[in-house]
Design a protein around this ligand. Sequence first.
Ligand SMILES: *Cc1c(COP(=O)(O)O)cnc(C)c1O
Length: 415
Amino acid sequence: MAYSNKLKEVFTTELKNIEDAGLFKKERFIHAPQDADIEVEFPVGAKLEKVINMCANNYLGLSSHPDVIKAAHDGLDVRGYGMSSVRFICGTQDIHKELEAKVTKFLGTEDTILFPSCMDANTGVFEAILTKEDVMISDRLVHASIVDGMRLCEAMHDTFKHANMEHLESKLQLHADKRLKVIITDGVFSMDGDTAPLDQIVELAEKYDALVFVDDSHASGFIGKTGRGVHEKYGVMGKIDILTTTFGKALGGASGGCVSGRKEIVEMCRQKARPYLFSNTIAPVVVSGVLKVLDILSETTERRDKLEANAKYWRDGLTEAGFVLKDGDTPIVPVMLFNAKLAQDVSNDLYKEGIYAIGFFFPVVAKGQARIRTQISAAHEIHHLDKALAAFKKVGAKYDILGKTKQEIIDKYGM
Ligand SMILES: *Cc1c(COP(=O)(O)O)cnc(C)c1O
């Protein structure tokens, strides 16, 4: 037998090590469409609970929007279920080109190329455009998919301290002799909910003749006055050379991603990016859904405005209750608990109160930085937020962390 007990043991041992380290990830099952109110099975086998979802990337509440669902149905009827081909053989429909044009217009770029996911966009783009003569200079907190993309690329890699512009500038000076220098950052950092200072980054890029790469997955659709993204917030639309994003979060939440930006760079991706060349693109049903999402968002800013108001209400409520938060003004609001066990205990108690918000701890965030990352949606009504606030206050009081400083929480619970 090829898969002998000895071979099997390699994996069972490894899995046990993960479990022993307290790092075993368990899925929770949602028995409902993605929305503010969901039914959850947790742990597996437990009775279903109706809870308020405070941890989805469904920022604009479009994941189950009736118009989006209808558009997806129509797409299915008119363009079929699957493409059974990669783009350049026979996998490109008119609606794929229509979506690329619409994304370009929405993001204010020159051109766009679709990818099966943003992970694929990030793993494909660097290798497609850079060589050994180039350097990638990335913020130290960029998303894992960017890290993987840089690993696949033979250009030199360097980093700068998170959002630290002096450090970035020193790295740009250090690598002055390179053919191409690319500054690489997330638009919104998903764990902390802070935004990259793109105005300053663009200024440095202009000063040192560098390209700017931004992954706006946690921003497209709702950050900036008309929801175009972090580049709109900082007044640098049209100045981001490479912008990647996902359709799997605010923009309908199904799947798919893109590289948008300079025409020549997008064309290089069409010629060379491996996930584009060797993997099917987005299915017609999803393309139709995303087209509808962009129509909705281009017509009115109602949803992003509601999201902004909700996020402010939530942040103010938690602050008033005396929680320690990460500063920021995005719908990602991390409630800092510092200790990993405390984060898990608080999350479990919140669940008993009908609030679904999971704890994050090492290795997802740094040691001693455990937290409950709450995410606000335009699908939340004030009654959802009030109920969630009441639950947070009740659980916060139980653990005696309300009105306590970071140091006091750490003294009581450890890092
Ligand atoms: C979610 C996320 C991705 C991955 O998006 P997919 O389309 O699901 O692959 C990439 N980058 C960032 C910053 C993300 O938050």
